[in-house]
Design a protein around this ligand. Structure first.
Ligand code: ADP
Length: 497
C-alpha cells in the first residue's frame, strides 16, 4: 500500500519540488548515470522538480524488467488482468486531485478546464478497457471435418509507449490499458517536458500489478526514446507525437520488422454551412480549437471554413466568446486558459503569428488579456488569435501550429470547400456544421479524415475509434479494435484427432 503521495514521488524539499525517478520492476530508481533534468512550471518559470535522465542503460533495465514479467502476466486470466486495471483506475480517481495539480504545475494547463478532466478521462479509458478482456477471442475456421482449426489471440510481448506532453495521462492510458489487458508488459517513455504526473499516475496503477508489468522511464528522444524503439526485446511501439519523430520511429521499427501505431499531427477542418446553428457552431469552434488547452492538440479544428452568408456574424461571435475565456494561473479555479508548454513551442507559435500578421489583406483578431499577476512569468502566456481571410496556400493553413491560433475562411461553393478541406497532408479529424442531413451525410463520407463529427467537436472518447489518415498516422486508439489489432497477434492452430 502507498501511504500517500509523498511516497509516490517524494518531494525533496518543502517548496514542492518533486524528484521523479525511473519506475522499474516496481521500484523508483535513479538514472544509471545518476543525472537528472529539471521540470519547469511554465506559468512561473520555477522548478517543479527533477526527473531521472534516462539513456540506453536505463532502457536496458526497464525492458529487461518488462521482459521478465511477461510470461507471468500473460498467464494471469484475462478478466483478472482487467479487474486489476479497473482497480487501478479507481485509485486514480481517488487521487485525482493530487495528480491534476501536478499535471497543472508541469504543463501550465488550467486545472479546472483541463487537468482534472484529463485524470477523469484517463480513468474512464482504463475502466473501458478493463471490461474488454473477454473480447480477445479467436475464431473457428471451417476447413476439414476431421480437423479442428481455430485462431487464438496472444500478447505481443514488451510494448514501448512513447508519450508527448500535451495530454500525457490520457495518451498513456490509451496505450497501456489495451496493452496490459491483452497480456503485454509495458515500458512507458514520458515526455521530457511533463514526466511527473505521468509517473505519479503510472505508479498508482502499478500498485495493482505485479512488479515489472508497467515500467516508466524518463529522458530525451534520441538518448532514451530511440534506444527503447531499437531494443531487440521491444515487440511493438505505440507513439504519439510529431510527424518527423513518428517517421524516424517507423523507420527504426521497420529495421526490426515490428508493428507500430503512430498518432501524429493534424490540421483539422471545420466546415460551417449556411444553415448551421450559429451559437452552437461558435461554441464548437472554441471547443474544437481546444482553446482551453492553448490549442495544443493534434485534433485542433484550426481551419474553420464558414459560409459567406454567416461569415462576419460567425467571426464577431467567435471573437466575443473567445474573449470571455480567462487566461491566468493554471491553479486558479477561475482560469480557463493556462500557458504554452515551453519557450521552443512559444517561438514556433510566434513565428506563425508573424507570418499571419505580414500576409496582405488578412485580419488578425487577438482575444483576451494576459494575466497581470506578479507571481506569474508572462513569457509563455499566448493570447488566442484568429486570422480571418487567410489564403489557402499560407503556412498557417497548411502546417500544424500547436498553439491558440485559428484560421477562419469564407466559402461559397460546396464542392470547393470540400476540396479545400481535403487539401492537406494530414487527415486526423474534421467536422461539419449543418441541419441538412443529406449534406451532412455527403460531407462526412467525402472528408478525408479518420474522426469526422457533425455538429460537435468532441475530444477522444472511449469506444470511438480514433486515428488519422495520411500523415496523421497509422492505427487506431480508444476502441476494442485498437486492442485487438494493435496489441495482440493471431495464431492459427489446427488439431487432428
Ligand atoms: P513534441 O513536439 O510534441 O514534443 P516529439 O515528437 O518531439 O513531440 O516528442 C514526442 C515524444 O517522442 C517524446 O517523448 C520524445 O522524447 C520522444 N522522441 C523524440 N525523438 C525520438 C526518437 N528519435 N525516438 C524515440 N522517441 C523520440
Amino acid at each position: 500500500m502507498l501511504a500517500d503521495n509523498t511516497d509516490l514521488i517524494q518531494p525533496t524539499c518543502s517548496n514542492d519540488s518533486y524528484a521523479g525517478g525511473h519506475f522499474i520492476a516496481g521500484q523508483l530508481v535513479a538514472a544509471a548515470s545518476d543525472e537528472t533534468f529539471v521540470v519547469t512550471n511554465p506559468a512561473t518559470g520555477r522548478e517543479v522538480g527533477r526527473a531521472a535522465l534516462g539513456n540506453a542503460r536505463d532502457v536496458e533495465k526497464a525492458v529487461a524488467a518488462a521482459a521478465k514479467a511477461r510470461q507471468q502476466w500473460a498467464a494471469v486470466p484475462v478478466r483478472e488482468r482487467g479487474a486489476k486495471l479497473a482497480r487501478g483506475a479507481t485509485r486514480l480517481l481517488e487521487q485525482a486531485e493530487e495528480i491534476a495539480r501536478l499535471l497543472a504545475l508541469e504543463t501550465g494547463k488550467a486545472i479546472r478546464t483541463e487537468c482534472r478532466p484529463e485524470v477523469l478521462t484517463a480513468a474512464d479509458i482504463g475502466t473501458f478497457y478493463a471490461g474488454l478482456g473477454s473480447e480477445l477471442k479467436g475464431e473457428t475456421l471451417p476447413f476439414r471435418p476431421d480437423l479442428l482449426s481455430v485462431t487464438i489471440r496472444e500478447p505481443l510481448g514488451v510494448v514501448a509507449a512513447i508519450l508527448p506532453w500535451n495530454v500525457p495521462l490520457v495518451l498513456m492510458m490509451l496505450k497501456i490499458a489495451p496493452a496490459l489487458v491483452a497480456g503485454n508488459t509495458v515500458v512507458v517513455k514520458t515526455a521530457e517536458e511533463a514526466p511527473l504526473a505521468t509517473l505519479m499516475a503510472a505508479r498508482i496503477l502499478a500498485e495493482e500489478l505485479p512488479a515489472g508489468v508497467l515500467n516508466v522511464i524518463h529522458g530525451f528522444g534520441p538518448e532514451c526514446g530511440q534506444p527503447l524503439v531499437e531494443h531487440p526485446l521491444v515487440a511493438k511501439v505505440t507513439f504519439t507525437g510529431s510527424q518527423p519523430v513518428g517517421e524516424t520511429i517507423y523507420a527504426s521499427a521497420a529495421r526490426k520488422l515490428i508493428p507500430v501505431s503512430l498518432e501524429l499531427g493534424g490540421k483539422s477542418p471545420m466546415i460551417v454551412m449556411a444553415d448551421a446553428d450559429l451559437p452552437k457552431a461558435v461554441a464548437g469552434a472554441i471547443a474544437g480549437m481546444r482553446f482551453t488547452r492553448q490549442g495544443q492538440s493534434c485534433t485542433a479544428a484550426s481551419r474553420i471554413y464558414v459560409h459567406e452568408t454567416i461569415y462576419e456574424d460567425f467571426l464577431t461571435r467567435l471573437a466575443a466568446e473567445t474573449r470571455k475565456l480567462k487566461i491566468g494561473d493554471p491553479l486558479d479555479e477561475t482560469t480557463d486558459i493556462g500557458t504554452i508548454i515551453s519557450q521552443d513551442q512559444m517561438e514556433r507559435i510566434t513565428h506563425f503569428i508573424a507570418i499571419g500578421r505580414e500576409t496582405p489583406n488578412v485580419r488578425m483578431i487577438v482575444c483576451g488579456t494576459a494575466p497581470d499577476d506578479a507571481n506569474l512569468d508572462p513569457a509563455l502566456f499566448a493570447l488566442p488569435t484568429l486570422f480571418a481571410d487567410i489564403p489557402d496556400e499560407s503556412p498557417l493553413m497548411r502546417e500544424e501550429i500547436f498553439g491558440p491560433v485559428a484560421c477562419v475562411v469564407p466559402w461559397s461553393d460546396y464542392e470547393d470547400v470540400l476540396e479545400a478541406a481535403n487539401d492537406t497532408d494530414f487527415g486526423l479529424a474534421a467536422s461539419v456544421w449543418t441541419n441538412d442531413l443529406a449534406k451532412a451525410l455527403d460531407a462526412t463520407r467525402r472528408l478525408d479524415a479518420g474522426y469526422v463529427q457533425v455538429n460537435q467537436n468532441l475530444t477522444i472518447q472511449p469506444n470511438l475509434s480514433y486515428g488519422g489518415f495520411g500523415k496523421s498516422g497509422l492505427g487506431k486508439e480508444a476502441s476494442l479494435e485498437a486492442m485487438l489489432e494493435h496489441f495482440s497477434r493471431k495464431k492459427t492452430i489446427v488439431f487432428a484427432g
